[in-house]
Design a binder for this molecule. Structure first.
Ligand SMILES: Cc1cc2nc3c(=O)[nH]c(=O)nc-3n(C[C@H](O)[C@H](O)[C@H](O)COP(=O)(O)OP(=O)(O)OC[C@H]3O[C@@H](n4cnc5c(N)ncnc54)[C@H](O)[C@@H]3O)c2cc1C
Length: 379
């Protein structure tokens, strides 16, 4: 599928590939094993610009086009999905929401910081409100020119180790509203969750908000527009997730081909057995459409067209393909695939979350079903 890349896009991809092979891949196993936050790598990611890749240069970003951003995310997903997830949330959800809904003052204050200094988080999910965010209970009440936020959020990527969280809260009868909450605000308490199946190097946090005071000029968008802002950001987040999951599928193909070429059984390379080739061919058969689907979203975005449905299709297919492919890659590795001597077990654990977050596979099917039939089967 390289034939359509411009010279600049090909260069960006090469830059990302080289960076990821040299600086991300070598530490991935240890970070996963120790569940350690990538303190040393993060400044390098800011330095190279990936945390503000599609953000316009006027706001401190690299200003690359959307496909180039997807190519960067794919390379990160290929080498360390924990890092990919941090970047996707910072850029795909938080910076995008600021770009699309922020005031000029908000953009000028936060976008350069998110591109060069600290991570952004997207605080939508709550312990009792996951697939149905409209049932959230975190509250925002007015106090003069300020808002007071109370409640709790769960599973918030970058929620304890970042600088800013977009918190979605119910402003009484006026509806769900988005707020820019600096993570050092008094009353903001973020704790990283440990013991996750995958994405073990990433910060996924529980966030408690106790009387957090937010000035009205940190309200993002209009009062009551919160869910619209969240869903709009998810169009971009799901694209990024699809690109990252494609990276996992690519990593599975590379690992399976490499191992099948090295491993000898019955006096032959296992790559010469038809059933091993079948597993490898099936990985490829899921990888190629994955890439085509996220590229399609990128093209629509670059033409200025809405891509809610395409993002949902790409997210669903690429995530499920990544899970299938990681499982196949483990199978090719036999018993060795079951230890972290090889990376395929990590690919499987990291892929698994992609069918859960940013809308589960079931929720995506309901969205698509509603789009195709006009009937709402959500409730
Ligand atoms: C590692 C990780 C990182 C995350 N990062 C973030 C983040 O940065 N910000 C954020 O806000 N959230 C984040 N999340 C939360 C994630 O988006 C939610 O977990 C997800 O939306 C599902 O919500 P839930 O876990 O409450 O599951 P539930 O909504 O309780 O779903 C449980 C099951 O029921 C199914 N189900 C629910 N409703 C229906 C229905 N109407 N019809 C059919 N089936 C249904 C679901 O598909 C699922 O299989 C993250 C989660 C994880 C694990």
């Amino acid at each position: 599928m390289d034939f359509d890349l411009t010279e600049e896009q090909a260069q960006i991809r090469q830059l990302a590939r080289d960076f990821c092979d040299a600086e991300v891949a070598p530490g991935a196993r240890e970070l996963d094993r120790t569940e350690a936050f990538p303190d040393e790598l993060l400044p390098r990611l800011f330095e190279i610009g990936f945390l503000g890749a599609p953000v316009p240069e006027t706001y401190g970003g690299m200003g690359v086009d959307y496909l180039s951003y997807g190519l960067i995310v794919e390379e990160l997903g290929r080498t360390d999905a924990s890092i990919r997830s941090m970047v996707s949330v910072n850029v795909g959800l938080v910076a995008t929401a600021l770009l699309n809904w922020g005031t000029e003052e908000q953009r000028r204050e936060w976008l350069p910081r998110l591109a060069t200094e600290g991570l952004g988080a997207f605080g939508l999910t709550e312990p009792g409100a996951g697939s149905d965010p409209s049932s959230m209970t975190t509250g925002a009440s007015r106090d003069g020119d300020d808002w007071i936020l109370n409640g709790s959020k769960i599973w918030i990527t970058n929620g304890a180790r970042g600088i800013l969280t977009i918190v979605f809260a119910r402003a009484g009868d006026e509806g769900i509203t988005a707020f820019l909450v600096p993570q050092d605000s008094p009353g903001y308490d973020g704790h990283s969750i440990h013991g996750k199946l995958g994405l073990r190097a990433g910060d996924t946090a529980e966030v408690v908000l106790r009387d957090v005071r937010v000035p009205d000029h940190y309200r993002l968008g209009e009062v009551g527009q919160g869910l619209k802002i969240a869903l709009n950001a998810l169009d971009s987040g799901r694209f990024s997730l699809a690109a990252g999951a494609t990276g996992i599928s690519q990593a599975c193909l590379d690992a399976a081909v490499r191992y099948a070429d090295e491993r000898i059984q019955f006096g032959r390379k296992i790559s010469s057995f038809q059933l091993v080739q079948q597993l490898i061919a099936e990985i490829y058969l899921d990888l190629e459409p994955s890439r085509a689907l996220y590229w399609k979203v990128a093209w629509k975005h670059m033409k200025g067209e809405r891509h809610t449905v395409e993002s949902s299709v790409a997210k669903t297919f690429c995530s499920e393909a990544a899970v299938r492919n990681a499982d196949r890659a483990v199978q090719v590795h036999g018993g060795y695939g079951y230890s972290d001597e090889y990376p395929v077990g990590r690919y499987l654990r990291d892929a698994r979350v992609t069918t859960l977050y940013e809308g589960t596979s079931q929720i995506q099917r309901l969205l698509l079903g509603r789009h195709l039939t006009g009937e709402n089967a959500f409730t």
